[in-house]
Design a protein. Structure first.
Length: 199
């Protein structure tokens, strides 16, 4: 293969400084960088980065908010619940878990093959690459599955990883969220807003 003067390695191979965890061949179309990518990434991140606090999301009802304590699934099915939980994750420096989960949900809705490949590449670079500051914590088995899936990207490339991160949030962050002052304060404010005013 002719060299383009930018790198002594074939363009389809990951950089050597990946400690072996990312020694995976990715299709040429998923690795080529250009100026348009910056614009596409900005648009993609703006979609996954929106609605990041309770004030910006649909205001939850008291009944809805109380239901979040019943199960993690109820939090994730509620737009306001996801927003408030994500705000809590930010305080624990683990917001990337929710960002990754949301990006995977968006990916699964896409049907255009070209767009799917672009989103897969962006998700990989944003959340899977060990070079990313937003890398999510995945075990070696799931990383191997992703590396195989990257050879033929689909809207379900990250299904195993998404489930692992969902479980991580459910077991680790969710109990702390329900017991947090942020959740208690939200409940209190909603209860007070629904209480009849004193004469």
């Amino acid at each position: 293969m002719a060299h383009n003067g930018l790198s002594p390695e074939p363009i389809s191979r990951q950089p050597a400084a990946t400690s072996g965890r990312e020694n995976v061949l990715i299709p040429h179309s998923l690795t080529v960088r250009n100026e348009d990518e910056t614009i596409q990434r900005s648009t993609f991140e703006s979609r996954t980065d929106k609605t990041t606090n309770c004030e910006e999301s649909p205001k939850p009802t008291l009944e809805d908010t109380r239901s979040w304590a019943m199960s993690f699934e109820r939090v994730m099915k509620s737009a306001a619940g996801r927003s408030c939980f994500r705000q809590f994750l930010r305080t624990e420096f683990s917001e990337e878990n929710m960002m990754f989960w949301l990006a995977c949900e968006e990916l699964k809705k896409e049907t255009n093959k070209t767009v799917v490949e672009e989103k897969v590449r962006q998700i990989y670079e944003d959340f899977i690459s060990i070079l990313s500051p937003k890398e999510v914590s995945l075990d070696s088995r799931v990383r191997e599955v992703i590396n195989r899936n990257m050879l033929e990207p689909t809207s379900h490339t990250f299904d195993d990883a998404q489930q692992q991160i969902y479980t991580l949030m459910q077991r680790d962050s969710y109990p702390r969220f329900i017991n947090s002052s942020a959740y208690a304060d939200l409940l209190k404010s909603l209860e007070e807003s629904q209480s009849p005013a004193e004469p």
